[in-house]
Design a protein. Structure first.
Length: 134
């Protein structure tokens, strides 16, 4: 993965994000929802959050206060010690035709939600970030 490094890409280019996520040892073996969230921000502006709905295969604009109830990307019956894989993200699919002007930043977050509602996610410091070119 990028481990917090930044790069530039076109809004229509897919970004493949490889991830390795170490599950908290006390959560290994528990059922959980896997969550994928993208933060879209404009320099000098506010951020919006989008959750990936794995059932309907699309991104949903999600106010931060609703993150606890977002649709999962997928579900596991038993969390392994390590979650790993690859996410292919096309920024234009997240933004759904929003007009792009100025410098935009996308940060991808991966995490899991336990059945008790607790959400555990990767740190923003190591989340992959990219900037968009029009």
């Amino acid at each position: 993965g990028l481990s917090g490094k930044e790069f530039k890409t076109s809004v229509n280019d897919p970004v493949a994000v490889d991830f390795t996520f170490y599950v908290d040892p006390k959560d290994v073996g528990k059922p959980a929802d896997i969550l994928l969230v993208a933060e879209h921000g404009v320099r000098g502006g506010t951020s919006q959050f989008y959750a990936y709905d794995g059932v309907n295969k699309h991104w949903i604009l999600t106010p931060l206060e609703n993150i606890a109830s977002i649709a999962p990307e997928s579900r596991v019956n038993s969390l392994p010690e390590i979650l790993s894989g690859q996410m292919n993200i096309v920024t234009s699919q997240i933004l759904s035709g929003e007009a792009l002007a100025g410098e935009h930043r996308i940060v991808a977050y991966l995490g899991y939600r336990l059945d008790n509602g607790d959400i555990i996610h990767i740190s923003p410091a190591i989340a992959p970030k990219w900037f968009l070119e029009n």
